[in-house]
Structure formats: C-alpha cells, structure tokens
Design a binder for this molecule. Structure first.
Ligand code: SAH
Length: 346
C-alpha cells in the first residue's frame, strides 16, 4: 500500500528542526530525529527512544519512513551477493556486493528499469518505471555494507553506480545520495571510492564538472565509431560521440581526473582493426584508462563475446599507445548478478 504521508527522510535537518518548532517543541528534537534516521538507520518511530510517546505518535500520524526491504538474497559461488530490494511501492531493484582480496564493492541501482536502450543489457528491456530517491540509493549501500561486515568481516570499501538505471538521468537524486554517503552524518566514505558510470550523457557530464563533484566517472563507450555505437546503443544518435568527446574534454579541464572507458568486444560488431584504431584515437582526446569487460550473455543470444585473440589485439594496441588497460572478469554470473544482467529475474 502506498501511503499518502510524506517520507520523513525527504526532510533536511533544518526542515526537521523547523517542523518541531512549528508544533511548539524544541528545534533540537529535529536534530535527534535526524540522528535516528541517518546515523542509527532506524526503521520505526517507536525506536526513537529519547522522544516521548506523544512525540513519536505525532510523527507517525504525519510521516512514514519508507525504508527499503531486502527481500531476497542470492549468493554466488565466487562470494558475490545479489540483493533484490523491495521499495515502498512494491517495485524491485537489485544491488550487488562484489568482494575481492583487496576491496568489497557495492554495485547500486539508480532507477527502476532504465531510460536507455542498450541492446546488450538486460535492464534496458525493463523500461524505466521511476527514479530512485536519494534514501533508496543510500539504503542499498547501507544494506550492502552490513552484508560485507557479516559475510566478509570488513566494511564496504567502494561503490559503483553500475546497477540498474542511468545515473545521470536521475542526476539530482544520485548526487544527493552521494552527499549522504560521503557526509560524516551518513557513512563518511571518501568520494574517491565512488564511481558513477554513465552511458554518456554529454550535457550531464558537463554539469558534473560544473558542480565540482569529487567522485570518479566511467563511460560505457563500447565503440568509438558513431555508426556502430548507434546500432548497439540507439540513444547515441542523440548523444553523439562528438558531443561526448566535447563533454569529456570539459570534464577533464575542470576536474583533472582521468575517465574510465568501459568497453565490451563483441564478435562481428567491434572486432575489426578499424574498431581498435578508433578506440585508440578516442582515448587520446582525454587522459583515460580502458576497462575491457567480459560480456555477460542475456537471454536472446544476439551478442557474442569476441575471441580472446581479438581482445589481446585491443590490449596490445592500447598498451603500445601507453593507454592503461585492464580486463574485468565477470563476477556473480551464476546468479545473474554480473554487469548488464540485472533484470529482476528472481
Ligand atoms: N547506465 C550506466 C550504468 C549501468 S550499466 C552505464 O551505462 O554505464 C553498467 C555497465 O554494465 C555498463 O558499462 C554497461 O555497458 C555494462 N553492461 C550492460 N550490459 C552488459 C552485459 N550484458 N554484459 C556486460 N556488461 C554489460
């Protein structure tokens, strides 16, 4: 059931303080409530034990706490954990915990479904239902952090916005969630440990630069040839490589921070020398590194990973041009938790 009452977590600390003043109470009660909501992460007004019974009742008459609920957990053989997360309106998104020797990374969703139409991505088939609000994103991180402590005995070290959705199409809420994640009142994580991955929305990349964000930017490039990119990512007709290049140059001039390009090599799509050359040329525009990611097949079988010898050609060409390149192995494939496989199958 969707409640008509306002979610109390949409209020800032100042707004909470004003609320208490408006009902003839002390402003500091607002600070106490804020602390319960964000530092202690409680799910119910009844848990706010330093407030009187009447105050708690008054709050629950006026507000709700729309906390996410981890509905279902799947564990992969490689230690990856996937959460199906139920939202207050019963929609479901997924988030993933990816442990390695040196770090544990949360992969979080920013939208229910996705606004874009990448033909190789399972989430794209879901269409976008709605944007997640800042606390729904924040809650995913908190849930994964708890699991990281529980199953891997260490707190979460990194966050990537590579789950469902296009983060830059939910710009304001994504930035607000990062604000909370990095603030001392929230999780106090360094923005250097956060990466926002975009399919490449030029205007919003420029806005990130203007807003002087401190996190890392990754761009899902997949092809540096306009025509090819349009075929696999049809929205690229509107968001062209020329505009993308321009936005990335602007980003670098303002932030001085390297971009990561995510790149999948597919058979018969981008496995020719011309594709490699175009990538090398594109990589010279702005300091960057390339992350070659393994393709995780989605059901329709239209796309196939290219042979390892072609991937080796890519690596050699990039290295020859002093462009750092890494190859990312898939994690959590057996539970459909790998990149591009998030589609609420469970
Ligand atoms: N919309 C954002 C973030 C979500 S996708 C973006 O496009 O960057 C996260 C990453 O997974 C992107 O690099 C995307 O291109 C990649 N991806 C999508 N489908 C995939 C698949 N089937 N196999 C491997 N990676 C995939």
């Amino acid at each position: 059931m969707i409640s008509e009452k306002k979610d109390i977590r949409a209020l800032s600390k100042d707004e909470l303080r004003s609320f208490f003043e408006s009902i003839g109470d002390k402003a500091f009660r607002g600070t106490q409530v804020y602390d319960w909501l964000w530092n202690k992460g409680i799910h119910s007004f009844d848990d706010m034990t330093n407030l009187s019974k009447e105050t708690r009742a008054h709050l629950s008459e006026n507000f709700v706490i729309n906390h996410i609920k981890v509905d279902h957990i799947q564990k992969s053989n490689d230690g990856t954990i996937k959460n199906a997360v139920k939202l207050h309106d019963d929609l479901v998104v997924e988030s993933v915990l990816i442990p390695t020797k040196s770090r544990t990374t949360a992969c979080v969703s920013s939208q229910v479904g996705c606004s874009l139409d990448c033909r190789f991505c399972a989430t794209a088939k879901l269409k976008r239902m709605r944007n997640l609000n800042p606390d729904e994103i924040y809650d995913q991180v908190v849930a994964i952090d708890k699991e990281s402590r529980l199953y891997h005995n260490k707190p979460l070290s990194n966050i990537v916005f590579m789950g469902m959705g296009e983060p830059l199409m939910n710009y304001k809420n994504v930035l607000e969630s990062i604000e909370k994640i990095t603030s001392e009142e929230g999780l106090g994580m360094s923005p250097k440990r956060i990466t926002v991955s975009t399919s490449g929305v030029p205007k919003m990349i420029k806005k990130l630069a203007d807003d002087e964000v401190k996190f890392h930017l990754a761009v899902s490039l997949h092809s540096a040839i306009q025509e090819t990119r349009e075929q696999i990512m049809p929205f690229a007709k509107a968001f062209t490589l020329t505009d993308l290049r321009d936005a990335l140059e602007y980003w670098y001039s303002k932030t001085n921070r390297k971009i990561t390009y995510e790149y999948i090599v597919w058979k018969d799509i981008n496995d020719k020398w011309a594709d490699i050359e175009a990538l090398v040329t594109f990589c010279k525009y702005v300091p960057c590194k390339v992350n070659i990611i393994e393709y995780n097949p989605i059901d329709d079988g239209q796309f196939q990973q290219a042979s390892s010898s072609i991937i080796e050609d890519y690596i050699q060409a990039l290295e020859h041009n002093r462009i750092p390149v890494t190859v990312r192995r898939s994690r959590g494939k057996d539970i459909d938790a790998a990149c591009g496989q998030l589609a609420n199958k469970q």
